[in-house]
Design a protein around this ligand. Structure first.
Ligand code: ADP
Ligand code: MG
Length: 352
């Protein structure tokens, strides 16, 4: 089921929340809508869902105009940040809810709930109430509930926003795997760049009611469409290379990558956020690259350093704490060694 949004505008009083916006989500894709708070992401998602009617423009599912269809007639699944489960109902009854509303026969409901419990890896917990689950488990139940009536489209609005960082990371990976299994066309709203790039096939960057750019994570990183996108992505460093025999070789960085033990090499890209890079005066055995300090901005709570790694033609952005900056006594022109504390390596078919 593809989704096509064509020249949609939406005004709230004097405020133009969506400004003649068009977007296409290919059938089976997982698209992340990424943008700062207030850019119109939720409004767009609600219009795709049928919870909100646009002032102008249209929404099509597989070519069929659904702009005037109510949410109930569109068969969409939702997960919101605070889409509370029914607290008095068991996990089983929560997941079964939409199917029972639609009058599915009991054996079919049971079978489907069991399938979904396996999918969300909560088999055996179906008798518990939401209050007896962790936050991450509850959001998995919310997702199962959203998927229960076999929606044509799955819409997620900051679904992991209220969870702590570690659980969010787990759920992200888990959502990606889930989507690889079920391939329901999905739109995932987030203001977290890392989340968008890790989870999605396609990322749409939104700003002030516009889509600034749509592309694969790689396209957006390699070829930002405009200064807004470039600035928005500015604090992430990108290294290109490949993985082979348990190692990732990425523009001068070499790190272990046991997930790919094979002899044949696969293209890979790694992202390192600015605050995950450290600057050292000398090599200390950690993976890293030689660079020269090109620019220092010490205004504000974080010291922003740009360092040029000439061997690889890379400009690296490093965020240092003021203490670390003082300790290093950095000056423009200093030769340094830049070492990541954390590297995220991506090896994916569409990245090759
Ligand atoms: P995002 O999800 O990207 O944070 P929203 O789509 O929620 O952005 O909101 C975009 C803008 O539209 C915000 O400035 C918000 O204040 C405004 N807005 C959203 N919904 C309404 C509403 N129902 N009435 C008035 N203003 C709204
Ligand atoms: Mg929102």
């Amino acid at each position: 089921m593809s989704i096509r949004v064509t020249t949609v505008s939406k005004r709230f009083d004097d405020f133009l929340a969506l400004d003649n916006l068009s977007l296409e989500v290919p059938s089976g894709a997982l698209l992340a809508l990424l943008g700062p708070s207030g850019s119109g992401k939720t409004t767009l998602l609600r219009i795709i869902a049928g919870l909100e009617v646009p002032d102008t423009g249209s929404v099509r599912y597989d070519g069929e105009d659904v702009t005037e269809l109510s949410v109930g007639d569109r068969n969409v699944g939702f997960v919101f940040q605070h889409y509370a489960l029914f607290r008095q109902m068991s996990v089983f009854d929560n997941i079964a809810f939409a199917m029972r509303v639609r009058g599915w026969p009991a054996p079919r409901v049971r079978e489907r709930v069991e399938t979904l419990l396996r999918l969300i890896q909560l088999e055996g917990l179906e008798r518990l109430r939401p209050g007896q689950l962790s936050g991450g488990q509850r959001q998995r139940v919310a997702l199962a509930r959203a998927l229960a009536a076999e929606p044509k489209v799955l819409l997620l609005d900051e679904p992991f926003g209220a969870l702590d960082a570690r659980v969010r990371q787990e759920l992200r990976e888990w959502l990606r795997r889930l989507h690889d299994e079920i391939h329901v066309t999905s739109v995932f709203v987030t203001h977290d760049q890392e989340e968008a790039f890790e989870v999605a096939d396609l990322v749409a960057i939104m700003y002030r009611g516009h889509i600034e750019q749509v592309g694969t994570p790689r396209e957006i990183f390699e070829d930002p469409a405009n200064p807004f996108v470039m600035d928005f992505l500015g604090n992430v460093n990108v290294f290109h290379g490949h993985v082979q025999r348990g190692r990732a070789m990425l523009g001068g960085l070499e790190v272990s990558y046991p997930e790919h033990p094979h002899d044949q090499s696969r293209a890979a890209t790694a992202f390192v956020r600015a605050h995950e890079l450290d600057i050292l005066r000398a090599r200390d055995g950690r993976p890293g690259v030689d660079a020269k300090v090109a620019h220092i901005n010490a205004a504000g709570g974080v010291v922003k350093v740009r360092a040029y790694a000439e061997d690889f033609g890379l400009v690296l952005t490093v965020d240092l704490s003021p203490d670390r900056y003082k300790e290093l006594g950095l000056k423009v022109g200093d030769p340094v060694y830049v070492a990541p504390r954390r590297v995220r390596v991506f090896v994916r078919d569409q990245w090759v």
